[in-house]
Design a binder for this molecule. Structure first.
Ligand SMILES: C[S@@+](CC[C@H](N)C(=O)[O-])C[C@H]1O[C@@H](n2cnc3c(N)ncnc32)[C@H](O)[C@@H]1O
Length: 287
């Protein structure tokens, strides 16, 4: 089944991705216990720290489907999704317009110790989300583009060429191998960045892994662990997801059958890096 067809069974949150600030995102997604950025953050930091150590310089992280810069927020601050949801629900912030909220947020996010060794590029098809993330300092550069249907222009290509690590949570399904192929094409042979994707078990990652392989990257799935993403919105969404998982030969018992989507971690790296240490040797998921 194509990624886009599997994605169609998920509840549609298009409107909240296009708001001028993240308040509705946190109230709606928070209401569904959307936690994947918080679970992914510490693992992505382990990969980032490894790259910082091996390159001996600051690195650039590309967050595909970055929305309002949420992964950057949790990776830089260690805040939980619940802490962020509560912050945006505070009456003092609820009464602000988006400009006022952005003023508070830019000071808030600047109050954590700076990580001079990590810079973020956000890519999203939502101009509103990218503008907000950039304005409050959660991403250093923003790319508003849908690479499923368009090609990157020259400015985007030169920004993408600076990337060391591509990350994503909640984006695969919306984006497919088409997006990854267009990003990887900008790198000279042998210089593709690492890719770390948290992907719902609904989705088949084979096409993206194959694209990565064409660019010299070997893909591993972290064995023996899945990551909670969010609760199903309703019974219809749950039933559809369970039906799709079963059609993929996956057993939902103890995972999706308990009422939540589960994701897996796929990491693509040059084969030489994989041979030196496999994925379970370089990341340890929090319990
Ligand atoms: C579920 S949200 C995930 C946001 C964030 N990564 C997180 O985990 O909190 C999906 C994001 O993907 C973006 N998106 C959807 N289709 C896209 C596409 N074709 N290209 C780039 N971004 C896309 C949406 O605008 C939205 O911000």
């Amino acid at each position: 089944m194509r990624l886009s067809s599997a994605n169609a069974i998920k509840a549609d949150f298009h409107d909240i991705y296009r708001a001028s600030d993240p308040r509705r995102y946190f109230s709606v997604m928070g209401g569904l216990d959307y936690v994947i950025p918080e679970i992914a953050g510490p693992i992505l930091l382990q990969l980032a720290d490894r790259l910082i150590q091996s390159t001996g310089r600051p690195i650039t992280i590309l967050d595909i489907g970055c929305s309002y810069g949420i992964l950057s927020a949790v990776m830089r601050s260690g805040l939980s999704m619940d802490e962020l949801r509560c912050r945006y629900a505070k009456p003092a912030l609820q009464v602000q317009n988006s400009d006022g909220l952005a003023w508070y947020d830019s000071h808030y996010y600047a109050s954590w110790p700076p990580r001079g060794d990590m810079r973020f590029i956000g890519l999203d098809r939502s101009p509103e989300a990218i503008a907000y993330a950039q304005r409050v300092g959660l991403i250093e550069e923003g790319l508003v583009v849908d690479l499923e249907t368009n090609s990157p222009r020259e400015r985007a290509r030169s920004v993408l060429r600076t990337v060391d690590l591509i990350v994503s949570t909640g984006a695969v399904g919306y984006v497919s191998e088409k997006t990854f192929a267009k990003i990887l094409q900008v790198f000279p042979p042998g210089q593709a960045p690492w890719i770390a994707s948290f992907v719902l078990r609904l989705f088949d990652y084979t096409g993206i892994a194959e694209t990565a392989r064409h660019h010299g990257l070997a893909t591993e799935r972290l064995e023996g662990v899945t990551f909670m993403q969010r609760r199903f919105r309703d019974e219809t969404e749950a039933n559809e997801a369970l039906r799709l998982l079963e059609s993929r030969g996956l057993d939902p018992a103890g995972k999706e059958a308990e009422g939540r989507y589960h994701a897996e971690l796929f990491v693509s790296r040059p084969a030489a890096d994989v041979n030196r240490a496999n994925l379970s040797g370089i990341v340890s998921p929090p319990s």
